[in-house]
Ligand binder design. Structure first.
Ligand SMILES: Cc1cc2nc3c(=O)[nH]c(=O)nc-3n(C[C@H](O)[C@H](O)[C@H](O)COP(=O)(O)OP(=O)(O)OC[C@H]3O[C@@H](n4cnc5c(N)ncnc54)[C@H](O)[C@@H]3O)c2cc1C
Length: 472
């Protein structure tokens, strides 16, 4: 039996591991945190259950890509999701901005046409003569220059929040995100961690192992191959190695000569996607009516391509909020999670501090930001103030320390149409038995990272091997 060692037990590592386990590989996953999942992790605080980084996603419609992957893995019936409409609101007034995506419109037709050019998104085998789609057209250009209803154009531009879009972001990336949402948005019924556990179960049932609290501390190479992976307590060897850690972290842990200086320099200077502050709000029982609708709210007149661009005093510019239902009091909300784009620059002055040991000044700043974010959340949920029982928050430093992502980036490396090669990564590396997976490669999020995992697994098992099974 061929063996695979996966560094990082986030969605990318677990999904790649599950796909490989299905192909007969024995997989070992090494995860630094005490619990698996990375962005799939859920946590309990103040008696409430919150998800950390997987609130809504696409691909779970009747024939959606993610549903077909789950079917292939034999877990379709056990993944409990529910549809979730995303409403667009004015964050200053709480007013709903009406637009429609259920008709043919020039912009939606163009976005669909662009998304269809990406074989992995369409779950199509990649032809031998495949030429990657052009990514020099930016999303902003596409939206600005397409003649369509202004409300629809504004709504489509606001989806930039779901991938940290900037004015140089490729139209292709925007098209993939938009189409996934237009085709139906979903949320996990009971916490995203359950999905991570299902994937880990597939790995374990096939004879593999998932180790938590096992941070990779160094990666040894011999010639052009990885020879071993070390943690503080053990040495792991395998036929193949897959990296799901942020790529910048992989480079820190490998010997200087393992990668070309030009590659190190390119990734070392690549820009990252935006960061955020997340509010985790626990509610008093039966105090706020539950709605399965999530809200995307932008302040009047803000530039959707620079949602995090404002002074600390005026922050936040935008917010994404979603409620969970109280299982004991159906019809009422139990929690609200609100994600507000935030510049890493705000917290850079404390970047040498560690979780639980940050200076008082940081906590005072954090409290001020929490109050500002709460004020915007109250515009969306007018009865919120009286309903709050508990509030906690994560800042860009929390994301940085928890995921290990440079600059607390929500979605890993930033993709640019102006310099597309700078953050372009292949699933294969210069080291013959080392492969890359996770959100730094290609796409992010539940759907995107899962699609990339297919490409990573196929780099090991053979081109289109898994894709051909998915289309059967
Ligand atoms: C606040 C927030 C909200 C988000 N909301 C959504 C959403 O609603 N929908 C959506 O689709 N996406 C969302 N995302 C993005 C989504 O969470 C990510 O795209 C996805 O989790 C990426 O998976 P990954 O495996 O690439 O990375 P991760 O989940 O970060 O996994 C990487 C893993 O590597 C581990 N690791 C790092 N260093 C080491 C080491 N030295 N040794 C061992 N392990 C290590 C980390 O602990 C982590 O578990 C959100 C992200 C954030 C931050």
């Amino acid at each position: 039996m061929k063996t695979v060692c996966i560094m990082g037990g986030g969605l990318g590592g677990l999904m790649t591991g599950a796909l490989l386990a299905q192909e007969g590989y024995r997989v070992t996953v090494l995860e630094k945190n005490g619990i698996i999942g990375g962005g799939l992790q859920s946590f309990c605080r103040g008696g409430y259950l919150f998800d950390t980084g997987m609130h809504i996603f696409g691909g779970m419609g009747a024939d959606g890509q993610l549903r077909r992957i789950c079917r292939h893995l034999g877990i379709e019936e056990r993944v409990e999701v529910e549809p979730c409409h995303v409403a667009l609101l004015n964050a200053d007034t709480g007013e709903r901005i009406t637009h429609t995506t259920d008709c043919h419109s020039p912009l939606i037709d163009l976005l669909r046409g662009i998304a269809a050019q990406e074989p992995v998104y369409a779950l199509r085998p990649t032809p031998d003569d495949f030429t990657p789609p052009d990514i020099t057209l930016t999303a902003k250009q596409l939206i600005d220059e397409t003649d369509d209803q202004p409300e629809l154009k504004a709504a489509m531009a606001s989806l930039a929040l779901f991938y940290g879009g900037r004015d140089d972001s490729p139209a292709l990336l925007h098209a993939l995100i938009s189409c996934a949402h237009i085709d139906g948005t979903y949320t996990f019924k009971v916490g995203s961690l359950g999905f991570a556990k299902l994937l880990a179960g597939i790995i374990e049932e096939a004879g593999g192992e998932v180790h938590c609290g096992e941070a990779v501390t160094s990666i040894e190479t011999s010639g052009r191959e990885v020879s071993a992976v070390r943690t503080a307590t053990a040495v792991y060897t395998a036929d193949h190695y897959v990296n799901d850690m942020p790529v910048a972290r992989l480079l820190e842990l490998t010997p200087a000569d393992a990668f070309a200086p030009a590659f190190r320099c390119r990734i070392g200077s690549a820009p990252y996607s935006m960061s955020a502050m997340t509010l985790f709000i626990g509610l008093k029982p039966r105090s706020l009516r539950y709605s399965s609708e999530a809200c995307l709210a932008l302040r009047d007149g803000i530039d959707p391509w620079h949602m995090d661009d404002c002074t600390e005093e005026l922050w936040p510019n935008a917010l994404f909020a979603i409620a969970s239902e109280d299982a004991e009091n159906t019809g009422f909300a139990n929690t609200i999670t609100a994600v507000c784009p935030m510049k890493y620059d705000y917290v850079q002055r404390w970047e040498n501090s560690i979780t639980g040991h940050r200076p008082d000044e940081y906590y005072r700043w954090k409290e001020r930001m929490v109050q500002q974010a709460l004020a915007m959340t109250e515009t969306i949920y007018p009865q919120l103030k009286e309903a709050i029982a508990f509030v906690d928050a994560g800042t860009p430093l929390t994301i940085r320390d928890y995921y290990g992502t440079p600059r607390g980036a929500m979605y890993g490396l930033h993709r640019s149409s102006i310099n597309p090669m700078q953050s372009s990564l292949s699933t294969r590396t210069r080291l013959g038995n080392l492969y890359l997976t996770g959100q730094d490669v290609n796409f992010h999020g539940l759907l995107g990272t899962s699609l990339t995992a297919i490409l990573t697994a196929e780099a090991i098992v053979g081109r289109n091997v898994i894709m051909n099974k998915l289309i059967c």
